[in-house]
Design a protein around this ligand. Structure first.
Ligand code: PMP
Length: 350
């Protein structure tokens, strides 16, 4: 007996989410915050983690952490917070809960690949709707398609990955109002965009917001959170694996939420570097740079494969999106030093 005889054909046809080896590389492929914790803070965190009971299962739905998130992230009263092992898990939970037979999900495309992959895992048909040529959002076309497809679930990354584009707030509101299903606004990059719908979740019965602490500087602890009305959280919570947020994650998150200004200051540095890097990329001959409100840029180069390999040979790791996105690379905004290295390597590799 072979796995091929038993595993569902749509899973056999998938490729696992690609993560390139990055040892010793200037790592600009995964939209991480490049700044480590200040030394003294790291030591203090170590002391906090030392008192964690590793022999016990984590509190399944830790009220203290959910309250701290609600407080620090300005979640309006009356809404609830659901925690995930990264927002990846929240995406899975949402899809699993809504994948009734025949139900569809829709999203502007290209976007974060885990929406459609999650659809495949759960047998929910994904309907991607193409963005315009410049990756801006045609809300009217999207709404017309929504009327035709009647999706149970709509994902909109705000700002979008891998393009970095932030769609106009009025367009998002139009989509939410026109949608008969649940709209999930994925605010993974909100710290760099300074825009959010968290304050508006209560206004719409069919809106939830998901976020992550990954891009803020805590990708390693794997923590995502969903903000929604109690009636949505009640149902979604049934799908959540019982002990999905580890004791170490809970303790680290509680500790860091108290020191959030350190991470926010790092994010502000990234935003200011984004300006410099964007200008420098634009000045390179043959490179098209798309406007980004996130901590990365999508760039189009004459030959993405050649440039990607050329960068790799110089120990710079970015993400190659070709052929899905023709001749496009995605580069994370790094430290000023990393960005200088990237630019010098790019000049060689173009
Ligand atoms: N949503 C978007 C739009 C993303 O780009 C990512 C990470 N690349 C995620 C969600 C998942 O983030 P995490 O699982 O680290 O919380």
């Amino acid at each position: 007996m072979k796995p091929q005889d038993l595993v569902r054909p749509e899973i056999l046809a998938l490729k696992a989410y690609p993560v390139a080896p990055s040892d010793g590389m200037v790592k600009l492929d995964a939209m991480e915050n490049p700044y480590p914790l200040p030394d003294a803070l790291g030591k203090e965190l170590g002391r906090a983690l030392a008192s964690v009971d590793l022999n016990r299962y984590p509190t399944p739905s830790p009220q203290k952490l959910r309250d701290a998130i609600a407080r620090r992230m300005q979640v309006p009263a009356g809404l609830q917070v659901l925690l995930g092992n990264g927002s990846d898990e929240l995406i899975q939970i949402l899809i699993t809960a809504l994948a009734r037979p025949g139900a569809k999900m829709m999203f502007p495309s290209p976007t974060f690949v885990m929406y459609s992959m999650g659809g495949t895992f759960s047998g929910m048909q994904a309907v991607p709707v193409a963005l315009r040529e410049d990756f801006s959002f045609d809300a009217d076309a999207f709404i017309a398609r929504m009327h035709a497809e009647n999706p149970a679930l709509v994902f909109i990354a705000y700002p979008n990955n891998p393009t970095g584009v932030l769609y106009p707030e009025a367009d998002i509101v139009k989509v939410i109002r026109a949608c008969k299903g649940l709209v999930v606004l994925d605010e993974a990059y909100h710290v760099f965009a300074g825009k959010s719908f968290i304050g508006k979740v209560a206004e719409f019965p069919n809106l939830v917001v998901i976020r992550t602490v990954s891009k803020l500087g805590l990708a390693g602890i794997r923590l995502g959170y969903l903000v929604g009305r109690p009636e949505w959280v009640e149902q979604l919570d049934k799908v959540r694996p019982p002990y999905n947020v580890s004791v170490l994650t809970q303790a680290a998150a509680l500790f860091m939420l108290d020191k959030l200004e350190v991470l926010e200051e790092q994010a502000a540095r990234i935003v200011s570097e984004r300006r410099n890097l964007g200008e420098a990329l634009k000045a390179l001959k043959g490179v098209t740079v798309y406007p980004s409100e996130a901590n990365f840029f999508l760039v189009r180069v004459p030959d993405a494969g050649k440039t990607y390999e050329g960068l790799k040979q110089q120990n710079v790791l970015v993400r190659n999106l070709h052929p899905g996105l023709k001749n496009c690379l995605r580069v994370t905004v790094g430290t000023p030093d990393e960005n200088r290295i990237l630019l010098a390597a790019l000049r060689e590799a173009l």
